[in-house]
Design a protein around this ligand. Structure first.
Ligand SMILES: [Zn+2]
Ligand SMILES: [Zn+2]
Length: 376
């Protein structure tokens, strides 16, 4: 009898504890896909409660990244639907946890590709949370191991809750409409340009002049590098030269590739499709770096023959992912103070499907940014 009573009490307690925890959950609404092939629809959901070290951000703008499309369309791994994508987020802090020191209510804040990480491994400790050995908690479609492994939902929504450590301070004088894409496209290009020590007078190349390429060229030109841009269309030639590139190569014109062997100390490849890596490797100088940041769909991923790699002779080929939180803050401050932004087109929340189509068709040189005030 006594045992039954204590069991009942325990159950009642558990029920109320859950109810209280549920109560504190934050109601959210966003644009989600409910299946791989479906269109975006509005979706009401909740986010975890604002913990002592968390901030609640009212999302004002969210950029559309090519990775969102790959994930929403299930190109990379199987995801759980409904799925709200978006990891280029700019907004305003509307609530802070008791122990938050970095933000106060009213501050502008940004969120990129990660919302948390283990904080204990060698990479987290040195500020490279993107390489966390436990795996960082991605901004969307990622099990949040700090919150019962619930699957995170991204920025195509009206709000987000995350640890203050993973929120980036947006300077007051930033052009808010254009800031969001810096949180992914900005850091993805800024980081390799800095760890390869691109400097004044360096000869470097940027392959692919889309959303990432557009940022890479600006950072490299700002550092005084001589930048050559590669793409497959004539349309982008003028834009690249106007931005400060010294040369534009239309890869579809084989003549334009002649004489470029052994030319570049660094090549940043932002190409999100299949291409011949060995062509680019040959254009590197010995000990030069070819850094791959463009991420194609699995089915369209380029590969390289080992023989070609050996024959390339100490020309390095490797990939990289975004940057750590400290570096993301540095990138954002640098970009705002040097007036380096993506070119953006602002769209309303009901135009995401259309935007995806255009990005997939490779027509877009700017970043689509969703104005979240249009979310119904
Ligand atoms: Zn991205
Ligand atoms: Zn870690």
């Amino acid at each position: 009898m006594k045992r039954i009573l204590s069991m009942t009490l325990l159950l009642v307690f558990a029920f109320f504890a859950t109810a209280i925890a549920q109560e504190k959950r934050i109601p959210a609404k966003g644009m989600a896909k409910f299946s791989k092939d479906g269109n975006f629809q509005s979706y009401a959901f909740t986010r975890h409660a604002v913990g002592d070290n968390d901030v609640l951000i009212d999302i004002l703008y969210a950029g559309i990244c090519h990775s969102d499309i790959h994930t929403e369309r299930d190109y990379w791994w199987s995801v759980k639907y409904p799925l709200v994508a978006g990891h280029e987020i700019a907004g305003r802090v509307i609530q802070v946890g008791k122990k938050v020191t970095k933000f106060k209510v009213g501050d502008y804040a940004g969120v990129g590709c990660m919302v948390n990480s283990c904080g204990e491994c060698e990479y987290c400790k040195r500020g490279e949370e993107q390489y966390c050995l436990k795996g960082n908690v991605g901004t969307y479609a990622s099990p949040d191991y700090f919150h019962n492994n619930e699957i995170t939902q991204g920025g195509y929504s009206n709000n987000i809750v995350l640890s203050e450590n993973f929120a980036i301070k947006i300077p007051k004088n930033a052009d808010l409409k254009k800031v969001a894409p810096l949180l992914c496209a900005g850091i993805t290009t800024y980081s390799p340009i800095h760890f390869t020590h691109v400097k004044k007078g360096d000869t470097i190349a940027v392959a692919g002049f889309g959303g990432l390429g557009y940022m890479a060229v600006q950072y490299a030109v700002a550092l005084g590098a001589k930048v050559t841009v590669f793409d497959i269309t004539e349309d982008k030639r003028q834009d690249a030269l106007t931005m400060g590139a010294v040369k534009y190569v239309n890869v579809k014109n084989p003549d334009e590739l002649k004489g470029l062997e052994n030319s570049f100390r660094v090549i940043l490849s932002t190409i999100p499709a299949k291409y011949d890596l060995s062509i680019y490797l040959k254009m590197l100088k010995v000990d030069g770096d070819m850094v791959v940041i463009g991420l194609p769909a699995f089915s369209n991923s380029p590969s390289i023959d080992v023989t070609n790699l050996v024959m390339a002779g100490r020309r390095k080929l490797y990939g990289t992912q975004i940057g750590g939180i400290r570096e993301t803050q540095e990138m954002l401050d640098y970009s705002v103070s040097h007036n380096i932004y993506p070119k953006v087109e602002i769209i309303s929340a009901d135009k995401i499907d259309e935007a995806y189509q255009k990005v997939l068709a490779g027509e877009v040189r700017y970043r689509y940014v969703i104005d979240m005030s249009t979310l119904k």
